[in-house]
Design a protein around this ligand. Sequence first.
Ligand code: ZN
Length: 189
Amino acid sequence: MSAIDTLLHPRHRRACTYKAVKPFLSKPMPAIELKYFTPPSEKERRQNIKKTNLICWQCENKVAIVGSTNTITGEIICDICAIKNYRDYEGFRTIQAAKAHRRRMFDVGYLLTEVLIDHYLNKYSLNEGELLDEEHGMLVEFSIDLQNMIPIPKKTELQNSIDQSKIEHYYQRLIAQYLKLPSKRPQLI
Ligand SMILES: [Zn+2]
């Protein structure tokens, strides 16, 4: 444990307990590389600010991107505040390190959808442009079902895994176990 760890309140040491994250408490963890999904750009943020009426209850600024919603009170906080909170609660030392680790929480989920899409495209020898909206919708739904089957400790392990090929390999096994695609492409419309 380094000197700064001893100064942190115990409830702020959660990330410090994950061995894989220890080198990334100050510097950002590498991002998960996605092919089909792109996170919102600065331009989109600015456009959202112009359109929105939502106010963050924590910083009282307009919300460009919702960071989290309190399901009981309905209060909304912006993603900038959500990242600051994530830094404090998870024991990160910089905003950039907290932001990168929090980003991975969402991106491991998107990665499962992408592995699933690739599995489907390969099965029927399709390219991305040939995937119908109905098929995409079906795959997103199935991806959510699969996500719900992954135990929480495993999800944390995936979020903390630096080797993306290992995450993909786990997803491929999950898909092989639960998805039985017919030999001919399903007719959804
Ligand atoms: Zn805020």
